[in-house]
Design a protein around this ligand. Structure first.
Ligand code: UT7
Length: 328
């Protein structure tokens, strides 16, 4: 029989260093006014030279484990969603396993950019439902500043670093009600970052251009995709679980741009009072954005027992993902 799955606890960690819009004014041709009006972002957190994605992930995970009061031996699965691993292998998840001494777990990373945390939740949920695992540590962690092109004003003002985590466990009551996941590889090159340069051509491009291995984005096209796909992904998942948007108590969208969030909320007829927004403090932290927001929403008392919470993300791939959670 399928096991029920719930969120046992959440956690987060962001680096101390704050980079404000005013700091960016000194780096590229931009202004606090432009960034605030077009994105809603006021500041973002940036790792120092010695902090890795693994360090961020470990601290967020530890925070979630402490809140749940769970022992390292009881975690049997670790999944890290990231597009900024410090190594190609071992996976960030295996590095987290080592740091936190999660010796009974199997661990791996997934790459689904800003949808990564919900993709990872879906994978963990299915393992738990099948009885293969009991307690999964799911983490979204990014040091995006390492792949940001700091001379491109159209992207460098958007991103930040951080990590969020959740422990998913089998439980008496069904907490995680359903998922909608999708991707569109056809349009993947609207938003990308090169890894290896395997051909001679790529090799010479890397040598000539230090920003070759940095984020590239066609912002307007991604914007158009986002405002369409967010409401679509939410409507689909609500339909699957037999609910409507008026049943949503708390809406936690990927924190990319306040205009995208407001447009999605409007199309879904969700009042902004039900929408959790923290992008003014952190910018877009890709896979970390949704779990950081979820943890802050819990901490601020925005989510109460019995509430229906919807998470939705979109991003590189292109990918999208949504889930409905009953807070039990
Ligand atoms: O999670 C990953 C998913 N990515 C996203 O969610 C990003 C989706 N896209 C967006 O959020 C928006 O497209 C942006 C915030 C990236 C850009 O906003 P926009 O309203 O679409 O601006 P735009 O690209 O149409 O640019 C408008 C103007 C341009 O100048 P001209 O051609 O009108 O003279 C840009 O060169 O703004 C200029 N511009 C800037 N000006 C000051 C672009 N970036 C900046 C900047 N500061 N940082």
């Amino acid at each position: 029989m399928a096991q029920n799955v719930k969120i046992l606890s959440t956690g987060r960690y962001v680096p101390d260093r704050v980079l404000t819009n005013y700091d960016l004014e000194k780096m590229v041709d931009t202004s606090d006014e432009w960034i605030t009006q077009r994105t809603g972002i006021k500041e973002r957190r940036i790792v120092d030279g010695t902090t890795s994605t693994t360090d961020l992930a470990v601290r967020a995970a530890k925070n979630a484990m402490d809140k749940a009061g769970i022992l390292p031996d009881d975690i049997d699965l670790v999944i890290v969603a990231t597009v900024t691993p410090e190594m190609f292998f071992p996976s960030t998840a295996c590095l987290v396993q080592k740091e936190l001494k999660l010796k009974n777990a199997f661990a791996f990373d997934i790459s689904a950019a800003c949808s990564g945390f919900i993709y990872a939740m879906a994978i963990a949920t299915h393992f738990i439902q099948n009885g293969f695992c009991k307690n999964a540590l799911v983490i979204g962690a990014e040091a995006l500043s390492r792949i940001t092109n700091w001379s491109d004003r159209s992207t460098c003002v958007l991103f930040g670093d951080g990590a969020g985590a959740a422990i998913l466990s089998s439980g008496d009551e069904q907490g995680i009600l359903g998922f909608e996941l999708g991707s569109d590889g056809e349009n993947g090159l609207l938003l990308y970052c090169h890894a290896f340069g395997l051909s001679d051509v790529t090799y010479s491009q890397v040598k000539e251009n230090p920003n070759f291995r940095k984020i590239y984005m066609e912002g307007n096209e991604v914007y158009k995709f986002a405002v369409k796909i967010m409401p679509y992904a939410v409507e689909k998942v609500l339909e699957k679980v037999g609910l409507s948007s008026s049943d949503i108590d708390v809406f936690i969208p990927h924190q990319a741009n306040i205009r995208i969030i407001e447009s999605a909320a409007k199309r879904l007829k969700i009042p902004m009072e039900k929408v959790f927004v923290n992008l003014h403090k952190y910018g877009n932290t890709s896979a970390a954005s949704i779990p950081i927001a979820l943890d802050e929403a819990v901490e601020e008392g925005r989510i109460k027992k019995g509430d229906k919470v919807v998470l939705v993300g979109f991003g590189g791939g292109l990918t999208w993902a949504s889930t409905v959670i009953k807070w039990v």
